[in-house]
Design a protein around this ligand. Structure first.
Ligand SMILES: Nc1ncnc2c1ncn2[C@@H]1O[C@H](COP(=O)(O)OP(=O)(O)OP(=O)(O)O)[C@@H](O)[C@H]1O
Length: 260
């Protein structure tokens, strides 16, 4: 297997966003970061990408401080997908992807990406005329295409902020299956997620955040507990283990009784 990328942070601190976060993300795994709104997931992801400088602490990428990499060097092997970032101007999908596609990539959309994201039929369309979910798929394709020469042989780092948001259920499952297979090739994949059910079943590694801190991280069989879920999200959960999957039920959602 190609050498894969490992990420580590040491006491990463960013005022009111990250509070001395020390966490290790294993190489060649698909890691899902979970937590309530404002927990610090996007801030951690952007710091790991080398795009957000901490007030103190460090991000190490294969044991090298991330700030020692030139941004152009990072862009060659690291994909970064933000939420809602498609440009508003009047480009077609083909024109946008053309800007980001590395010249080593010969296909308009590599087959493995097309299988999951279904982009080809959208190529002639204007960006401003796409639905929200179509825009999200194009945006994900753009991020992966940019570093595809590194990702294809399993040497990439893929960081995606809420990639499931806006996708229909079929595309959600197609995407998490794609991401798991990219990790199996050797890529290190990290994504934030609000879908506990999908993350419980498709992550190799889970990271739970609360109020700027990582409160648990590890393989699902070690950290996917009702106690960790309850500390992270502030409601009660029941976890049922089936033969090949895990089902999560919210046992006691915290809502205003007057609304029931
Ligand atoms: N650019 C910014 N400047 C200052 N504070 C910010 C900035 N962006 C986010 N924050 C704050 O930092 C904290 C963490 O935000 P972050 O976006 O990392 O959370 P998140 O876990 O990704 O949330 P969500 O699930 O809502 O996307 C929040 O309190 C947020 O209000």
């Amino acid at each position: 297997m190609a050498m894969s990328i490992c990420l580590r942070t040491h006491a990463l601190t960013l005022e009111a966003r990250l509070n001395r976060v020390s966490v290790e993300i294993p190489a060649a795994r698909c890691c899902h970061i979970m937590g309530e709104n404002g927990a610090g997931k996007s801030s951690l992801l952007a710091s790991l990408a080398g795009l957000l400088l901490p007030d103190s602490g460090q991000v190490l990428l294969n044991d090298i401080p991330v700030e020692q990499f030139e941004l152009t060097e990072l862009a060659g092997f690291r994909s970064f997908h933000h939420q809602n970032e498609l440009p508003v101007f009047d480009l077609t999908v083909a024109e946008l992807l053309g800007f980001y596609r590395n010249s080593d990539v010969t296909e308009a959309v590599p087959a493995i990406l097309e299988d999951a994201l279904e982009i080809l039929h959208l190529l002639p369309r204007k960006l401003g005329q796409l639905s929200g979910g179509e825009q999200q798929r194009v945006n994900l394709c753009r991020a992966l295409l940019q570093a595809w020469p590194a990702i294809e042989p399993g040497k990439g780092l893929v960081l995606l902020d809420e990639p499931l948001s806006g996708l229909d259920i079929r595309h959600q499952y197609a995407l998490v299956t794609l991401l798991r297979s990219l990790a199996q090739r050797g890529n290190t994949v990290l994504m934030t997620s609000h879908d506990i059910q999908i993350s419980a079943n498709y992550a190799d590694w889970l990271c739970f955040m609360k109020q700027g801190s990582v409160i648990a991280s590890g393989t699902p069989d070690t950290v996917l507990t009702s106690s960790n879920l309850s500390s992270t999200f502030g409601c009660e959960f029941e976890i049922r283990h089936l033969q090949n999957s895990v089902q999560i039920f919210v046992a006691n959602p915290t809502v205003n009784p007057e609304l029931c």
